[in-house]
Ligand binder design. Structure first.
Ligand code: AMP
Ligand code: MN
Ligand code: MN
Ligand code: MN
Length: 283
């Protein structure tokens, strides 16, 4: 099977590598088709595309949109988007702005437990792109409040812990409208991470499908191998295609390196099945 990785992050969002470095790393790991899917941003795509042409790999333009659905945060990946599509760009810009006010609220919450200067501290870990909890996490680690990301997301920044704030992202319908309008393919990112239970998972998959959703990540960096079969089965049941992505954020910051994911289970219909740029590789 062709080595396809349809979920990754650069310094434009919360990854550790620039788009250029990320593409080079993917190529070195044997990835043939890479999607750059920065959170709520498409600013890295030009650079990534440029480097992919040099490195001889196929770059898929993507983004990972933060969504609030029934009071929970979900991530919807858009693949093969036109990053210039104004409605998508405006929508993402709105989310990025709201990330900034959220960051100020996170910093206020952290100051209540005596952790001062976290907004400026987190900003030191960002580049020109978004500010996320990952940047706060890196600040907290650098200041000795936790030893690694896993420890941070147990003790801080999550519900019931210091630094947690409620936030409303885009609606599911908005995210799908923007992605579809940009000519892209909407995919539910890492469904196994949402802890939805059977009924809500069914509700999500059918609502997503009804709004024009196309795929579900089946094999991904945050799924346990047991979950591959489970989501393959659900995708089939709801008439959705399957995707595969590492969710790579950089060395030491990801569950899985690029190029290490197993193939999709055989019953899956890959999201990339009829993509011209992939068919050309297979030919
Ligand atoms: P945000 O979109 O600002 O809420 O930040 C979410 C990001 O935090 C995710 O995209 C992950 O990169 C990171 N993250 C969340 N939970 C964890 C975790 N348990 N371990 C490592 N990274 C995490
Ligand atoms: Mn992330
Ligand atoms: Mn995600
Ligand atoms: Mn991601």
């Amino acid at each position: 099977m062709i080595k396809v990785d349809l979920h990754s992050h650069s310094t434009v969002s919360d990854g550790l590598m620039t788009p250029r470095e990320l593409v080079r790393h993917a190529a070195a790991q044997g990835v043939q088709v890479l999607a750059l899917t920065d959170h709520d941003d498409v600013a890295g795509i030009g650079e990534a595309r440029d480097e992919a042409a040099q490195a001889g790999i196929t770059l898929i333009a993507g983004t990972e949109i933060s969504v609030t659905w029934r009071n929970r945060t979900l991530h919807i990946v858009g693949l093969r988007i036109d990053p210039e599509y104004p409605v998508l760009q405006q929508g993402l810009a709105r989310i990025r702005e709201s990330r900034f006010t959220r960051a100020q609220r996170i910093a206020d919450e952290l100051s209540k437990v005596g952790i001062l200067g976290s907004l400026e501290g987190a900003q030191q870990h960002t580049t020109e792109g978004i500010i996320s909890r990952t940047h706060f996490a890196r600040f907290l680690i650098a200041h000795g409040h936790a030893k690694d990301l896993k420890a941070v997301f147990k003790r801080y920044l999550v519900k019931g812990k210091p630094g947690y704030v409620q936030h409303t992202w885009a609606s599911l319908e908005e995210a799908l409208t923007w992605i579809l309008g940009a000519g892209g393919i909407p995919v539910i990112a890492h469904p196994g991470r949402y802890d939805l239970g059977k009924t809500l998972t069914g509700d999500l998959l059918s609502e997503f499908k009804q709004l024009g959703g196309v795929g579900v990540e089946v094999v991904c960096g945050s799924h346990h191998p047991d979950q591959y079969g489970q989501y393959a089965q659900l995708a089939q049941q709801f008439g959705l295609r399957a995707s595969r992505g590492s969710d790579y954020h950089g060395p030491g910051h990801s569950y899985m390196d690029m190029g290490r994911l197993p193939d999709l289970p055989s019953q899956c219909e890959p999201v990339w099945r009829d993509w011209e740029e992939v068919l050309n590789l297979a030919a």
